[in-house]
Structure formats: structure tokens, C-alpha cells
Design a protein around this ligand. Structure first.
Ligand code: ATP
Ligand code: MG
Length: 447
């Protein structure tokens, strides 16, 4: 068959059979963020282009090469968000949230768009979970932000992720460092890649972050920012490390981690995996005390991180992480004839309102084909309704796993069904030799 078109390069579908995994990841993120006092913020998928030019930075790869920018029918230049922070800062300022009790702690779960070369862990449409802590300038905020990401990985049972931290100082102590860096890299001008040559003038710190093997080799011998930190920045970094130690969060200091923009300050960090290839950075963040002012607000310290959902899922699949089973069909009501179908629909409505997953035939299949379908979708119980059952008022409930049957009356079926689920589950547990039973987990969504 010829379809109209395939998906756009660099985009990906999440199919129904897989979506429970990403839903689980998202719920772990929401729950963890909310335990830390963060609340969700949702912003539009597109913004004025200049917001990202200022908010992400003119000299970054994102702004220079990766943005999906277009003119709308009203002649405005708009851009699909390449990241979440700029929009969050705009909304924070536009709605005067700086007047509320600070810090304002927000999280987001959104799609992002970057025109990049698609490969494993690198897409053109991808998803980020991110947090922003606006209005907190002490090392405790940095450490709390880091510990939130750490807690999410913990919750999801991720192994072998290393936390790498660094401090890139403030614009003051960076001046001297930039001078030293420029002097060092000038000596390798001929060998540096073209992009790094252009970084030399405006943004020499970004050279430390270049992925070309030649540039990264040269960068190994470059001066280290930590040797140039001013007293305040040094104390801040020590404070962050002390708090991470207190929380027993392991880290290593990596002076190669940078965010080469003036409004990024002090702490920067990444959570890195060596198990998913070149795109190993799952989460990146840091402090950006100059950003809110850069975007037109009064100076206010801030920090946060962004975590890529696709990379995280890739890692979890690689590690064969466990995902809770998606909800199954609790009951399939097979029916023959119009009366039985009406009864099935009414019964389904009643049980669904109690939180159970119930399905009945909407295709017009034969009874046999309905049973086959129930088996295929993994229904836990089935019941067949026909004229005979309606007339006699008696039905047979079948447990599809144990194949056991329960004869019962149709009129009080809805009342008895849940207790049968519990009884069956208990006898399953007993046969497994388990006696400490959590009824809530047996019932799943049902109350
Ligand atoms: P990279 O160095 O891999 O390009 P980045 O520095 O551009 O990453 P950030 O802007 O810090 O990434 O974004 C935070 C997180 O978002 C990354 O650590 C990653 O998990 C995810 N991410 C970034 N770009 C992509 C992409 N194109 N496809 C999938 N995930 C991405
Ligand atoms: Mg990138």
C-alpha cells in the first residue's frame, strides 16, 4: 500500500504498546519534582525568535544552526522551542511571578525542536523534562537541583550514571580566564576546527566542549577555570560540594564541562552514561545568575537542568530496566444479540466508573471471535452474555489465567466482581507462598 508520506526525518512515534514506558518515566519525574516543591509550568511550543537568540545565546550551536525558525502569516519571525528555559523565564517575567514567594520552583515536560543530524539519542523533535529554581542564589539551591535529578535516576533504578560537576565562575573571574584561554588556543590556531576558530574571539570556553577529536586533544592541555575562580565563586563551589557530600551524592569534578555564555555562572553539571554511545549526556544543568536580567528582568539568581527523555529511555532499555506492567483489561464482556449488547454496555459503564478496565464488542464479531480477541488483549476475566443468560439471570465468569469459573447471578455481578478479583489474587499469592499481601497493589487502579 502506498501511504501519503512517512514521518519527517528526525521525528519518532511512540506506539500504544510502548507508551507505558515513557508514561512511567514522566510520572517518576512529576512525582519527584512535586516532592521537592516544584510545580508544572506549560509554555507555548513557539515563541518570538529573539527570545531564543537572547535566552540561549547568539554564539551557541542551537541559535546558529539548529533552530526551526519561520515567518508566520502575519510576518512575525517565530521559532519552535529548542529548549525550555527561555520560555520559562519569559513567562516568569511576563506574569510577575517574581512578586510571589521566592524561590519560584517550576518544572516542565515538553517537546523541543532542533535541526540536528539525527542519530541514536539525537532527534529533531525530542522531549525534555526540566526544572528551574528562580530566586535562590546559595549553594543549597544548586545542590538541591542536582539532587532532584539524582533522585529521579534513583527512582527509576538507573545504574552507572556519573555526575560530573564544575564551576565556570562569574563574569568577573572569567575575564582573566578568557585571556589565558585565548592565549593558549592562539598557539593552535592552525589546527583548531573552523567553528572553534570563530569561537576564539567571542567565546573561547566553548572550544573546551568541542566534539572534534583534534580540538578535544588540544583542549586537554588548556588552562583550568578552577585555578581562576574569585574568592566568592570558590566558596560557592565548595559549598555545593559539601552539600552533595552531606547527601552522599557521588560526583567528580570535570573542568571540561562548560556553558560558554556570560549569563551562565558558577555551577555546571552533567549526568553522563558510557552505555548509549556518543550521545551520553542524559542531563545537563547549572546556574545562570545573569539570564533573568539579560531577558529584561531585575537581577535574580537562578539554576536548573534539562533531561532528555529519549536518551533516558534508551539507557533504561539498554540496562533492561523494569517498567511496571501497563494496565490490562480486567473484564471482557462478550455478547450475542442486541439485548445482551445493551446489558454489556451498561455493565461496562458501571464497572468503569469504579476504576476497572472493561471492554465489550464494538465490531460485531461472533462469540468465538470475541473470545479470541479477549485472549489476544490479555483480558484477565471474561463473561459471555446471550439471550439465555439474560433470561436465566445466571452467568459464568471465567478467570483467563487459572481457567477457573465462578457461577453467579447477573444482577449482583457488578457488586461481586471486585471481591472475586481479590479472592483469586490472594489464592495466587498463597500458591506462590507469599502471605504479606498489599491489597491495593492487587486492585491496581480500582478503589
Ligand atoms: P549535546 O551536547 O548532546 O548536543 P546539548 O548540550 O545540546 O547536548 P542541552 O541543550 O543541555 O543539550 O539539553 C539537555 C538534554 O537534552 C541533553 O542532555 C540531552 O539529554 C537532551 N537533548 C539535547 N539535544 C537533543 C536531541 N537533539 N535529541 C535528543 N535529546 C537531546
Ligand atoms: Mg546539542
Amino acid at each position: 500500500m502506498a501511504y501519503i508520506t512517512g514521518s519527517v526525518k528526525g521525528t519518532q512515534d511512540t506506539l500504544p504498546a510502548e507508551s507505558f514506558k515513557i508514561q512511567y518515566i514522566e510520572s517518576a519525574m512529576r512525582e519527584t519534582a512535586e516532592n521537592f516543591g516544584y510545580r508544572e509550568m506549560r509554555t507555548p511550543v513557539f515563541e518570538h525568535t529573539e527570545l531564543f537568540q537572547r535566552g540561549v545565546g547568539e554564539t551557541t550551536d542551537v541559535v546558529q544552526k539548529e533552530m526551526y525558525t519561520f515567518e508566520d502569516k502575519g510576518g512575525r519571525s517565530v521559532t519552535l522551542r529548542p529548549e525550555g528555559t527561555a520560555g520559562a523565564v519569559r513567562a516568569f517575567l511576563e506574569h510577575g511571578l517574581f512578586n510571589e514567594a521566592l524561590p519560584e520552583k517550576i518544572y516542565y515536560l515538553t517537546s523541543c525542536y532542533r535541526y540536528e543530524k539525527p542519530q541514536a539519542g539525537r532527534l529533531r523533535e525530542f522531549h525534555q523534562f526540566g526544572i528551574e529554581c528562580f530566586g535562590a542564589g546559595t549553594p543549597a539551591a544548586d545542590a538541591e537541583v542536582i539532587s532532584l535529578a539524582h533522585e529521579i535516576f534513583n527512582y527509576l533504578g538507573i545504574k552507572n550514571l556519573s555526575l560530573e560537576i564544575n564551576s565556570i565562575g562569574c563574569p568577573e573571574c572569567r575575564k582573566e580566564y578568557h585571556r589565558a584561554l585565548k592565549e593558549y588556543f592562539e598557539g593552535y590556531k592552525e589546527e583548531l576546527c573552523q567553528t572553534c576558530n570563530s569561537r576564539l574571539e567571542r567565546n573561547p570556553m566553548r572550544i573546551l566542549d568541542c566534539k572534534s577529536p583534534v580540538c578535544s586533544k588540544i583542549a586537554e592541555g588548556a588552562p583550568v577555570i578552577l585555578d581562576y575562580l574569585c574568592e566568592d565563586c570558590r566558596a560557592h563551589f565548595e559549598g555545593v560540594k559539601k552539600l552533595l557530600d552531606a547527601m552522599e551524592i557521588e560526583y567528580s569534578v570535570n573542568s571540561r564541562i562548560v556553558r560558554g555564555l556570560d549569563y551562565y555562572t558558577r555551577t555546571v553539571f552533567e549526568f553522563v552514561s558510557s552505555e548509549i554511545g556518543a550521545q551520553g549526556t542524559v542531563c545537563g544543568g547549572g546556574r545562570y545568575d545573569g539570564l533573568i536580567e539579560e531577558m529584561g528582568g531585575s537581577p535574580l539568581p537562578a539554576c536548573g537542568f534539562a533531561l532528555g527523555l529519549e536518551r533516558l529511555l534508551l539507557l533504561m532499555e539498554k540496562q533492561q530496566s523494569e517498567f511496571p506492567e501497563p494496565k490490562k483489561c480486567d473484564l471482557y464482556i462478550a455478547s450475542m444479540g442486541e439485548n445482551a449488547l445493551c446489558r454489556a454496555a451498561a455493565l461496562a459503564k458501571e464497572l468503569r466508573s469504579e476504576g476497572l478496565c472493561v471492554q465489550f464488542d464494538t465490531v460485531g464479531r461472533s462469540l468465538k471471535a470475541q473470545m479470541k480477541y479477549a485472549d489476544k488483549i490479555g483480558a484477565l476475566y471474561t463473561v459471555a452474555l446471550g439471550d439465555d443468560e439474560i433470561e436465566s439471570g445466571n452467568i459464568t465468569l471465567k478467570n483467563m489465567n487459572s481457567k477457573s469459573r465462578h457461577e453467579m447471578s447477573l444482577s449482583d455481578f457488578a457488586d461481586n466482581f471486585q471481591s472475586i478479583i481479590i479472592k483469586d489474587a490472594m489464592s495466587d499469592f498463597e500458591s506462590l507462598g507469599l502471605d504479606d499481601i498489599d491489597l491495593q497493589s492487587i486492585l491496581g487502579g480500582a478503589e
